[in-house]
Write a protein that binds this ligand. Structure first.
Ligand SMILES: [Fe+2]
Ligand SMILES: [Fe+2]
Length: 198
């Protein structure tokens, strides 16, 4: 039930607190941080609001741990109860377009999220294949090779990524490069800086 609370979508501490209250999984947290970093990176490149885009990235899979069968729909309910506005909620749930809902990405922020969400998974998996286990040592060329190998990170839906690139009007390779650059900024937090045990 709505609490009457209002959350500032640009408040990162608040977003982190909401995420942690609904999630325990370290891997999902790393995914959230990776997508957050990439959203911030794209926002900066487009002269958009980095804090807002970052929060959309951080919270995009908010419901996935507890309500995987109601993915996105449940995030909408939780975020509404937590006092997030409808524009923010729409941005979050539009990454489920064609998968779990019909909320089509319309804004640049929504299209970027759609394109990069799955791609961060492929990049993380490819980085961990480097001898150094460092994202900094991954090149686009080798990522493209992993992309073509359908058995590699088979759970990563390449079709969704391509649809996202098409929506953005950007080439896959460019989106790969920018997504890697965004993730690199958070490499330590997301376990891709070569240190073991993360
Ligand atoms: Fe998701
Ligand atoms: Fe995700």
């Amino acid at each position: 039930m709505p609490t009457g609370l209002i959350s500032d979508p640009r408040d990162r501490a608040r977003a982190l607190e909401v995420f942690r209250r609904h999630n325990q999984s370290p891997s999902l947290f790393r995914h959230a941080l990776a997508v957050e970093a990439v959203m911030r990176h794209f926002a900066a490149g487009l002269g958009e609001d980095e804090d807002y885009w970052g929060a959309v990235g951080l919270l995009h899979d908010l419901d996935y741990e507890l309500y995987p069968d109601r993915h996105c729909a449940k995030s909408g309910e939780i975020l509404r109860d937590e006092g997030y506005d409808e524009a923010f909620i729409r941005a979050v749930i539009s990454h489920g377009y064609g998968l779990v809902n019909e909320v089509k990405p319309e804004l640049p922020m929504e299209k970027v999220l759609y394109a990069v969400d799955e791609l961060t998974g492929l990049i993380a998996a490819a980085a961990l294949m480097r001898p150094s286990r460092k994202l900094a040592d991954l090149e686009v060329k080798s990522l493209r090779k992993k992309w073509r190998d359908k058995r590699f990170a088979a759970g990563v839906d390449r079709g969704v990524i391509l649809r996202g690139c098409e929506m953005l009007g950007r080439e896959l390779e460019e989106v790969m490069r920018e997504t890697m650059a965004g993730m690199l900024k958070a490499a330590a937090e997301i376990g891709l800086d070569g240190r073991d045990g993360i």
